[in-house]
Write a protein that binds this ligand. Structure first.
Ligand code: NDP
Length: 322
């Protein structure tokens, strides 16, 4: 089968499109013939070595497709089922062996592209606003990179929970997308000082929560956007990792909370995975959550997909097709 592999960490050029054997399923695995793989920012961290993984490796953590084979101990899935999954390495490929516990069934009417666009970013947006900081009616929320894959989903979920959303983006085109997704206010943080703007918009009160996936370039000012007892949710490093921080500063700034969550912990058991993915798929079905799947690349063009994602050229979801 074809797969995208890395043998060393580095830029997009270290990814090679090559032939490898179809994975062998263990007794608890399902072999998925992949129809669509999701590209996520974390794939770039694993490629660059910011997040270290055992090498050589097949990249990709999310896909949807058809069950081709099941291990002898698999009970809930059969050959021919339409499924999706996340948090299992090896999705930039034509086939993946996936533990049954990580698989969810795709409901009638949900396409493979929608499945591959939902599991990682949808479940992330879900845990951020339903578990890490539970958004309540009237909460003021700052969402960075608001027109990105997670960003557009998080805006909608926060709005549906009654929150007031301030989004940040780098271009006018992205601002329009964030507005269309429901953001009450959008700041071009590439042009304006977002802390000053947040203070202006909230009449000095600040926000109850910052969802910050940008990291290095936004972290310090994000903290200064918080109201007393506010939550700083640092969940990514698109501009680079935050490496220095003195927790003592959280006290005088209003007894703030700081957390660095990951999807893996929030979907570690079957109950959490079913809750989050079930909510997200039902919101797509009832129209309360709109997916924007805007960028498709053939598996062979994965280098260009990473160049565009890291170059801030993409919005919404990026999909790879084998
Ligand atoms: P996005 O589609 O949001 O792409 C990243 C965006 O970050 C860019 O489009 C860009 O938006 C913004 N950005 C700001 N500064 C930079 C920079 N210096 N270089 C590149 N991009 C920059 O990606 P995803 O939706 O896949 O992921 C969003 C973030 O969420 C990532 O940081 C990812 O790691 C994190 N994440 C964390 C998870 C967790 O559980 N902890 C799970 C899933 C995602 P703009 O041009 O508008 O600034």
């Amino acid at each position: 089968m074809k797969a995208v592999r890395i043998k060393e960490y580095g830029g997009p050029e270290v990814m090679s499109y090559e032939d490898i054997d179809i994975p062998i399923v263990s007794e608890t695995d399902v072999l998925v013939k992949i129809a669509a793989s999701g590209i996520n920012y974390i794939d770039t961290y694993q490629r660059s070595g910011l997040y270290q993984i055992p090498l050589p490796a097949t990249l990709g953590l999310e896909a949807a497709g058809i069950v081709e084979e099941v291990g002898s101990a698999v009970t809930n899935f059969k050959v021919g089922d339409r499924v999706a999954y996340t948090s299992v390495p090896g999705a930039y490929a034509e086939y993946a062996a996936v533990p049954e516990e990580k698989i969810v069934a795709l409901a009638e009417g949900v396409s493979f592209e929608q499945g591959a666009a939902t599991m990682l970013q949808g479940c992330t947006a879900h845990y951020l606003c339903k578990s890490t900081y539970v958004v309540k009616e009237g909460d003021r929320c700052l969402i960075h990179a608001a027109a990105g894959g997670v960003g557009l989903l998080l805006i909608q979920m926060v709005k549906n929970a009654g929150g007031f959303v301030i989004g940040t983006v780098s271009t006018e085109e992205k601002a329009a997308l964030a507005k269309a997704a429901g953001a009450d206010e959008v700041i071009l943080y590439s042009e304006k000082d977002f802390e000053t703007e947040v203070k202006r918009i909230t009449a000095g009160a600040g926000v109850n929560v910052v969802y910050d996936s940008v990291g290095k370039s936004t972290f310090e000012k994000s903290i200064d956007c918080l109201s007393k007892l506010g939550y700083m949710v640092l969940y990514g490093n698109a501009s680079g990792p935050v490496t220095e921080f003195n927790p003592a500063t959280l006290g005088p700034k209003g007894s703030l909370f700081l957390t660095r969550p990951t999807l893996f912990d929030y979907t570690a058991d079957r109950e959490s995975l079913d809750w989050r993915s079930g909510d997200v798929f039902s919101w797509i079905a009832d129209g309360s959550l709109k997916l924007r799947i805007e960028h498709f690349y053939p598996l062979a063009d994965v280098q260009q997909a990473h160049i565009d994602l890291e170059g801030r050229k993409t919005t919404g979801k990026v999909i790879l097709t084998p």
